[in-house]
Design a protein around this ligand. Structure first.
Ligand SMILES: *Cc1c(COP(=O)(O)O)cnc(C)c1O
Length: 382
């Protein structure tokens, strides 16, 4: 095999009206903070997931940060997150002045371990002056951010039951899970607030972007207000609080509108890729897959396998110009988060990190490319 092309991991797929709508922005001069594509994009995302309101932000991290502020998270509070996630989840907590409490994952679904969560809340927290606090230092445990890892969803019935019982504000980090459902309900609509990312590697991309969704009108207004500099008068420069310039610009929203027009195609394509890999890698060496609960329809965002030969497979695929990546470094292994409370069961996250790897799964990947990936992975085990 000579001079083969690099197969990327997960890249955008520009197949619709992107050029047309972006050109429209350029032709009319509406490229920045004002223009009709922003509200159109917000409406499309909200409608697609079945939420009442959508507010666009410049990226998913900003969406998480602003959601934490709206949740009332303040300096010195704790926010519960999974130990294995992309670093943005933990960073957003720090941006809000709070500190993450890290929860280990299940070995099969890779989602937050709810037994550990429940035991932690029962044994290490209590109510003090009407607020849930960590018993040992009386600091508030204000919110929880479940992350739908790789677009998969855990048991949301159990999750919501626990978080309601312990009165935690729920912000879903649904940045990877646009299009995934649990019992027919879209990710991002279980908590008070849900967040999506439209980064280059996500299932729908604006280059960079985010959307916050909620059913609560007051929350929606507050988010729009403080993500657009908290301006109350468009002419007199009157701002009534410290706001943020977190808005998404019109030219990127135009991309988003065009991409959202193809969301069904993207989800179907991801699911086909997921199906292809599961079918052809089943029984190859010790390879296993992320478990999907029977009541979950998974968007197949980032196809990931598990094998003790992770390092060998990564190296072999790199030599063959096939892009693959190990699972994220768990938060407790990063210098900023190593001293955080880590509620764990024999550090399952550490094992996920050491054994899992993501495979190419762009929605424009060809059958020949999929065959090449499978062929090369099989060759590692021969
Ligand atoms: C992509 C992602 C984010 C952040 O999104 P950006 O748009 O890149 O800021 C946050 N959390 C998780 C789990 C992600 O995968």
């Amino acid at each position: 095999m000579s001079a083969e092309k690099i197969i990327p991991l997960c890249v955008p797929n520009i197949i619709g009206n992107e050029w047309k709508y972006v050109k429209d922005c350029l032709d009319t001069g509406w490229i920045s903070s004002v223009g009709s594509y922003v509200s159109k994009f917000e409406e499309m995302v909200a409608e697609y997931v079945g939420a009442k309101y959508g507010i666009a932000t410049m990226n998913g991290t900003a969406a998480l940060h602003i959601s934490l502020i709206i949740a009332g998270v303040e300096h010195g509070d704790y926010v519960i997150i999974p130990n294995i996630t992309f670093v943005a989840t933990a960073n957003a907590v720090m941006h809000a002045g709070a500190e993450p409490i890290l929860i280990d994952a299940y070995a099969d679904t890779w989602q937050m371990n709810l037994e550990l969560l429940e035991t932690f809340l029962e044994e290490e927290t209590c109510i003090k002056e009407g607020e849930r606090v960590l018993t040992k230092d009386s600091r508030r445990v204000k919110a929880i951010m479940p992350v739908h890892i790789q677009g998969n969803i855990g048991d949301m019935n159990k999750f919501m039951e626990i978080t309601e019982r312990f009165q935690l504000f729920v912000i879903e980090d649904s940045t990877e899970a646009l299009g995934s459902t649990f019992e027919g309900r879209h990710s991002g609509t279980f908590g008070q607030i849900g967040t999506f990312s439209f980064n280059g590697n996500k299932i729908v991309s604006t280059g960079g972007g985010g959307v916050v969704v909620t059913d609560n009108e007051q929350i929606s207004r507050r988010i729009k207000h403080i993500t657009t500099t908290a301006k109350t008068d468009p002419i007199k420069y009157y701002h009534d609080e410290v706001g943020y310039n977190y808005r998404l610009v019109n030219v990127l929203a135009a991309m988003g509108v065009a991409q959202m027009e193809n969301i069904d195609f993207f989800v179907n394509k991801k699911q086909e890729i997921d199906y292809y890999y599961r079918k052809h890698l089943e029984g190859v060496g010790d390879i296993s897959f992320q478990k999907i609960l029977p009541n979950v329809n998974h968007n197949g965002w980032l196809f990931t396998i598990k094998s003790d030969q992770q390092a060998k497979i990564l190296e072999h695929l790199a030599n063959k110009k096939i892009t693959s990546r190990p699972f994220w470094m768990p938060m407790n292994k990063l210098p900023m988060y190593k001293d955080c409370h880590y509620i764990n069961d024999d550090d399952t996250c550490g094992r996920i990190h050491e054994t899992c790897l993501a495979l190419p799964c762009s929605t424009n990947i060809t059958l020949e490319e999929l065959e090449r990936v499978v062929f090369e992975i099989k060759s590692v085990f021969q």
